[in-house]
Design a protein around this ligand. Sequence first.
Ligand code: 5GP
Length: 200
Amino acid sequence: MEGTPFILSAPSGAGKTTLRRMAVDFFPDLRHSVSYTTRKPRPGETDGVDYRFVDEGVFDGMEARGEFIENAEVHGKRYGTSEKDLKTFLAEGLDVILDIDVQGAERIRGRLADAVYIFVLPPSVEACRERLRGRGKDAPEDIEKRLEASIGEIKRAGGYDYIIINDDLDKAFGELKAIVAAERAREKRRAAKVKELFNV
Ligand code: 5GP
């Protein structure tokens, strides 16, 4: 049985990366799809774990060869999901969480059967600004640029299957766990297991 892709999108500062890390630590059979990006690593980020950090030339080559199932430009940098990496996990029966922006999520629709779309919202714009400032990794003008983009993204949350409002991290993580567990228990994903157990 193929694994399930969970598409996690959110405006910057909503706490999506923290939630994704918590989910991958919690569920042993859930993997993070590590994206390719042309942006520089932030302090504390590791190549191959947080992202695969590549230059424009490598990214161009991958795009030209059609190796991305989706790719997009976000805040002036390029990001993409390798189709091969993703499909390898899914074929092994592993669920995969994709931490991608709204454009990427829209592009992936129709290319991935049975994906589950989850949108993480901050409790307010001010909370978003505070989180971005607090992590101290972005210049003030970048923070304002990200906030402006966030409003545009929030307007597109309507097409998602689930919305998590992250006003409390434990509560938000509880909801994410519940979504993953419920999706795994759907009849269509358990049909093969039922057949195996009861030969019906
Ligand atoms: P950051 O630079 O803060 O890590 O990420 C900026 C935005 O790019 C986030 O919304 C993140 O989810 C998104 N992103 C990361 N990887 C990908 C990807 O492979 N494709 C797309 N479309 N967006 C991505």
